[in-house]
Design a binder for this molecule. Structure first.
Ligand code: FES
Length: 101
């Protein structure tokens, strides 16, 4: 049985969820109607830009090639920014939509 990871969304916007380690968040969070929105799901549009709470970075897979290319452009001042469609959970995480002005 895969390890379970608790995904929280900060505040009381949505109850925390238990997901399998390594699962595809774009599928699971869409079904759950979470506050994280998705567009392309391939790492090019930035719709799913999120921030992982400080201290919980180890709960996420390392940035893949798509994230390494896009995040420095979209959110250069946010060291914990991730693309939810590309990131895979590896442990407990608190994620929040990252809104850029
Ligand atoms: S949904 Fe487009 S980058 Fe994640």
């Amino acid at each position: 049985m895969p390890k379970q990871c608790k995904i929280s969304f900060g505040g009381d916007t949505h109850p925390p969820m238990q997901v399998d380690e390594g699962s595809n968040l774009s599928e699971i969070l869409d079904i759950a109607n979470s506050p994280i929105l998705f567009g392309c799901r391939t790492g090019i549009c930035g719709t799913c830009l999120i921030n992982v709470d400080a201290g919980e970075e180890e709960g996420a897979s390392p940035r893949n090639e798509e994230e390494q290319a896009l995040i420095p452009i979209l959110a250069p001042d946010h060291p914990h920014a991730r693309l939810a469609c590309q990131m895979r959970p590896q442990g407990d995480l608190t994620i929040r939509p990252l809104r850029l002005e």
